[in-house]
Design a protein around this ligand. Structure first.
Ligand SMILES: [Zn+2]
Length: 301
């Protein structure tokens, strides 16, 4: 069931982004902020996984929380639906035709299943894990939305760019998780990671980076944001390398990588957002939007 659950965000690439006549104007003038993220729950009819995903999501107002987090970040010129729906597979995607963020119930169902397994013996981890990955995936899809509706330039693979902004937004709007939410999202990708002996041409040719690569990138950017607090994520010289911990050879460059990534996204998104992205490079959390916009919802899941 979960073996195929490695490639979130497969959108229909034949579909052209909707024409946005206002795009050239918004870069040079005030961006309208007249829209909002509109929550919608479709019915789940077919699979038990989708029904479970719908129930855990709707009962706990998960999509409402996600829409609220997105709404505190982006200026929207129009309403953008955030739709929970049954897709037939683990997925989430930006639909450029319907101009909607689609969050599949199967994605929430898988996140719930893994969160339950990973939090055995440590129940507090459930919320961190579930929120960490569902926020990361939703923020990733919002990056595709931003690239589309604001016609942002992109010089690398869009999927990698979307992971970057996903991590930055997770640090900006951490929900229950703080910067630990990014590490929890990385845990999920490690939990889903492909069996190396089963890697195929399709896997290597995929528009997404390998799941393990995505996970290590998240660890790198998380560590790079707060290196003084997250040494635990790094394998130190002399220690044996292990899956899920960042080799020190990569870690040494992560603060610089994070700083450059954050500055680039700040430049691209400045006209379109209402918050400061991520955590300032000093590692301080005291003055950031991160501190200002943390949600205070009591964990219920
Ligand atoms: Zn994507």
């Amino acid at each position: 069931m979960l073996a195929a659950a490695t490639a979130a965000c497969s959108s229909n690439k034949d579909e052209k982004p909707a024409a946005s006549g206002a795009t050239s104007a918004v870069t040079t003038s005030q961006v309208a902020d007249t829209g909002k993220f509109v929550v919608k729950y479709d019915r789940a009819m077919m699979s038990d996984l989708a029904k479970t995903g719908k129930q855990v999501t709707q009962d706990n107002k998960v999509i409402e929380e996600l829409a609220e987090a997105l709404g505190s970040v982006y200026k929207l010129p129009k309403d953008i639906p955030v739709v929970g729906t049954e897709c037939g597979d683990f997925n989430a995607f930006w639909d450029p035709t319907k101009q909607s963020i689609i969050l599949c119930y199967e994605m929430f169902g898988v996140a719930d299943s893994y969160a339950k397994a990973q939090s055995e013996g440590r129940p507090d981890y459930y919320n961190l894990y579930f929120d960490g990955i569902t926020r990361m995936i939703t923020f990733h899809e919002s990056a595709h939305m931003a690239i589309n509706i604001y016609s942002l330039p992109s010089t690398g693979r869009e999927e990698d760019s979307a992971d970057q902004l996903g991590a930055l937004l997770q640090l900006t709007e951490p929900g229950h998780g703080d910067f630990a939410g990014v590490a929890a999202a990385a845990d999920f990708w490690f939990d889903l990671s492909d069996n190396p002996s089963a890697l195929s041409a399709r896997t290597f040719a995929d528009e997404h980076s390998l799941t393990q690569v995505r996970a290590y990138n998240l660890l790198c950017w998380d560590y790079g944001a707060v290196p003084d607090k997250l040494e635990v994520l790094v394998t130190q010289p002399g220690q044996r390398e292990q899956k899920g911990r960042l080799p020190y050879q990569r870690a040494v460059g992560c603060p610089d990588e994070y700083t450059k990534m954050r500055a680039s996204w700040e430049t691209l998104l400045k006209p379109y957002i209402k918050v400061e992205l991520g955590i300032p490079a000093s590692g301080s959390t005291s003055t950031s939007a991160h501190a200002t916009h943390s949600t205070t919802t009591t964990p219920t899941r």
